[in-house]
Write a protein of this length. Structure first.
Length: 201
């Protein structure tokens, strides 16, 4: 917790993590573009100038929220690297994502990052840069993992690992839209199996 010094009187405590979590909750409930610094200030009980002092502007706040969100995101790659067989790894990877995005305590269902991606042209420069960086890193990591699976003979003949990595990443993004459409968990798992089967032996 940080103390913001007022011109007169005692320092005012500023809880950066609480502010980020509050903003994240607002982004979830009503959308990034519909959330203002005024609302965040009102919900956190801090002044708008204080938010500007610590986040610079709305783009700076969204950037920090997305960094926090992505640091705890489930689409990591430990399960892919833990399995000897890439099919088992991809199956678990998709299951983890689907379970997290459709959990009963997820409000709303889906992925905040994917929601921001759909609005990327209307976001600030910092947030755009973070989203684009993350989008480039995920396929690169997937391609590296798929290369190992290819060397083990686990991929279908002729599969390009870079194109396959982009395909898998695109499916993750598409799942967010399918969840918003009300596609069931069972259907999401079945569709993911089809995606895996198009790449893996």
């Amino acid at each position: 917790m940080i103390s913001a010094q007022k011109k007169h009187g005692r320092p005012v405590s500023f809880d950066r993590n609480k502010t980020i979590q509050t903003a994240l909750d607002l982004y979830w409930r009503q959308g990034v573009l519909a959330t203002s610094l005024n609302q965040v200030a009102r919900m956190t009980g801090v002044s708008k100038p204080t938010l500007y002092r610590y986040f610079e502007n709305e783009d700076g706040l969204l950037y920090d929220v997305l960094e926090c969100y992505l640091s705890g995101n489930v689409d990591k790659f430990e399960c892919l690297e833990a399995h000897e067989n890439i099919r088992h790894g991809l199956t678990e990877w998709f299951e983890q994502i689907i379970t997290a995005w459709t959990a009963t305590d997820a409000s709303p269902h889906g992925c905040l990052f994917c929601d921001c991606l759909h609005e990327i042209d209307r976001l600030g420069v910092k947030s755009q840069s973070l989203i684009k960086t993350y989008l480039s890193q995920q396929p690169e990591k997937l391609a590296s993992i798929l290369s190992i699976a290819r060397d083990k003979g686990q991929l279908k003949d002729g599969v390009d690992v870079h194109q396959a990595a982009l395909y898998l990443s695109s499916h993750v993004i598409a799942m967010n839209s399918m969840i918003k459409m009300g596609i069931s968990t069972e259907q999401l798992l079945s569709i993911s199996d089809l995606v895996i089967g198009s790449i893996v032996r």
